[in-house]
Every structure is written in C-alpha cells, then in structure tokens.
Design a protein around this ligand. Structure first.
Ligand SMILES: *Cc1c(COP(=O)(O)O)cnc(C)c1O
Length: 389
C-alpha cells in the first residue's frame, strides 16, 4: 500500500499498523508488536480502550459536532474535571498541542499589552519542542525545525534549559519579557530532566518579575510522569499550562489551562477554533481522564517507571555505550554515546515499538496500563539490542 498523494513530511515509513489492543499493535501482515511508544505518549490507556470506545460510540450516535456558537455539555464537564484536577481555573480547548501552545503564547502577549509593553517577549529554552506552527516552531529550540521557514515570529528570547541565572540575565537586560515558557521535562529534546528545584525557582522568579510561568505539559501530563500534571510533584501552580497528547487517548484534543490574572485576559472575539472542544473529542477526553483517575494510573506510572528505571540501570550497567538511564514515571530515556536511530528498526524487527529522540536517546513512552509481564518483556527485548549495538 503506497500512495504518492501524500506530502513527504514523514519520509519513508516502514510499518503499516492496522489494529491495536491494550499494549499491543498488529501490522498489515499480522505481525504483533509490544508498543512502548503509545503513539508518542498519546494512548496512555493503551489501544482500543473499552471506556473510550464506548464514549466515542455513544457521542457519535448523539451529536458529533455543533461548533462553539453553542454550549457543549461534554466540554463543560471536561473543563470542570480538569479544573478540579489541576487547580487551574479557566481553559480553552484546541485540537492539538501546537494549537494549545498558540493560545498560551497569545495569553502571554495579552499579558504584556495590558501593561503597555509593545513587543512582549517570551523566554524559551534550547532543545525545547513546542510544535510546528509558525509561533510554536519559533519557540522550539532546534535549528532543524526552523530551517526553511524564516522569517520566524518575533517576541521570543532563548536561554539554555535548566539555567535560572541565564533567565535572570535575560530579564535584567530586556524590559519586554512577559513570560517564561518551558517543558518541565523536555521530551523531543531527549528526555532532559532539570534540577529538582528548577520549577520552584522559575515560579519564584516569575512572581518577583510579574512574568507568567507557562508550562508545556503536552507530553508530561495526563498521568505520564507519575502525577496528573507534572508540576504537582513540585508544589507549584503555573499561570498557564498546556496539555494535549494523552488527553483524548488518540482522539485529537488539547487544552490551554490558565489561573490567576492570566485567566481573565482572553475576552470574546480574541480567540477561537471551529473544532476545538467539540462534543466527540470532549466525550473521549472525559472518559480518558476519568479512567486515569479511577484506576490510579498516575500512581501506576510512578511505580512502574521506578521499577523500569532500576531494571534498565542494572541490566545496562556494564554497557559502555550507555551514558545515562533517566526518566520520570513512564517517560524514560536511555542516552547512548552515539546516534542510535537504527535501534528503532532493529526493535521493530523483534516486535517492539520504541523511539529515538535527539539522535542518541532511546525514548520509551509505554501505555500507563502496561502490566508487570509487559514491562519484563520490554526489558528482555530491548537490553540485548542495546548491548549488541
Ligand atoms: C508533541 C508536543 C507538542 C506538539 O503537539 P502537536 O499535537 O504535535 O501539535 C508540543 N509540545 C510538546 C512538549 C510536545 O511533546
């Protein structure tokens, strides 16, 4: 099955996946794979989850779409649920992560203009990934993502990740700073975990300066790192947080959650989306969020993640090529001393789906519902491949 009618944005793709159930997927030839990637941190409940399938089916037979010209009960129920879980007060629903981040960037600009700042500027970090729209690719700290798409968007200033002093220095020299926008753990950048007090220090700095603290939790939230939102492990509340990936278990939906003064900035006519927060996406997300909550899957991610970190660290202790094994919950990175993209193909040949981020970091993002035997199977399949690499 090869069509010439697609833009070549994803290059040659080796596999054709046609079916999934729980932590397994099958290709068009009937071969079965253990899925340790979950559609890039999207299918946290695994594939074809019955609660999500039932919610989609019921909503599809009732009302798929009506537009935001009307009240949408599922959207309001989801907002109330996420507000209670997050401590954030007001949110906007989008169809993707990048679009949630666009809303956050617009909130930051309103925050600046409200203070008479004409060129509001957001501090972002090196190796960050925030999406592929023009503003979010500008915020992304990767030359490859920028190349060919200049002119980039104005109003961003870049600091190294995990470097509070660098952010302070930018603030001292630039009166236009209005916000700091970071991932609490960088995902695409290679599972980069900052110092334990990084978020608290950012919170204190933003409070002192009157800047918004904006967290991109598109990959780290929805239970993935061991709490519903990652910032909850650091006892802070951001002013803005964006989520997407795991929110709808595969149905496209994102959200930009705000709190405090940031929550009052958007007014009628400032922002919108035809599909954003539509009934079917919200019904799927509501079922997903309730399942994560009712089945304590954030706690499960924390425990299984610790176990996997330990297992990989022990099993790979004598492998010279492994520089570091790191992770938080079920977001795990195994950094090698050289580019290791071929491991993706080698693993797939053995029936295992993994990913490599930033060239040399094996990234694992299994479903939060991974069983103990599946975790053992993952270690047993992956360790020999890394040792032999
Ligand atoms: C995936 C991701 C995005 C972009 O989300 P899309 O849904 O692909 O637009 C943004 N930020 C982070 C941290 C991500 O992991």
């Amino acid at each position: 099955m090869t069509s010439n009618a697609l833009m070549n944005t994803y290059g040659q793709r080796a596999l054709t996946l046609v079916k999934g159930e729980g932590a397994y997927v099958w290709d068009d030839k009937g071969k079965k794979y253990l899925d340790a990637l979950a559609g890039i941190a999207v299918c946290g409940l695994g594939h074809a989850h019955p609660a999500v399938a039932a919610a989609i089916e019921t909503q599809a037979k009732t009302l798929v779409h009506c537009s935001n010209l009307y009240n949408i009960p599922a959207q309001e129920a989801l907002a109330d649920k996420l507000s209670a879980l997050s401590g954030m007060s007001n949110m906007f629903f989008s169809n993707s992560g990048a679009e949630a981040n666009e809303a956050a960037i617009k909130v930051a600009r309103l925050h600046g203009h409200a203070q008479g700042i004409e060129l509001p500027t957001i501090i972002v970090t090196e190796q960050a990934f925030h999406g592929r729209t023009l503003a979010t690719l500008t915020a992304t700290g990767n030359r490859k993502v920028h190349a060919g798409f200049e002119p980039l968007v104005r109003g961003f200033s870049r600091a190294p990740f995990n470097d509070i002093a660098a952010i302070e220095a930018i603030g001292d020299n630039n009166p236009n700073i209005v916000a700091v926008f970071v991932e609490p753990i960088q995902g695409e950048g290679g599972v980069n975990i900052p110092a334990p007090d990084y978020l608290q220090q950012l919170r204190a700095l933003c409070d002192a300066k009157g800047w918004l603290l904006m967290l991109d939790e598109i990959q780290t939230a929805n239970g993935r790192t061991g709490s519903y939102f990652h910032y909850q492990q650091h006892n802070i509340l951001p002013d803005v947080v964006t989520i997407a990936k795991g929110l709808g278990n595969g149905v496209p939906i994102g959200a930009c959650l705000t709190h405090g003064p940031a929550a009052q900035l958007m007014q009628p006519g400032n922002h919108g989306s035809t599909f954003g927060g539509n009934p079917i996406a919200c019904a799927a997300a509501l079922a997903t969020v309730e399942t994560i909550e009712n089945e304590n899957l954030a706690q499960r991610a924390s425990e299984l993640g610790s176990h996997l970190l330990q297992a990989f660290s022990t099993a790979l202790a004598d492998c010279d090529k492994v520089k570091q094994v790191r992770g938080c919950g079920l977001m795990i990175g195994i950094e090698l001393s050289e580019p290791c993209g071929e491991l993706v193909t080698q693993a797939a040949d053995k029936g295992l789906l993994i990913n490599v981020a930033s060239g040399n970091v094996v990234r694992l993002l299994p479903p939060l519902t991974f069983s103990d035997p599946q975790a053992e199977q993952l270690v047993d399949m992956l360790v020999p491949l890394i040792n032999a690499f």
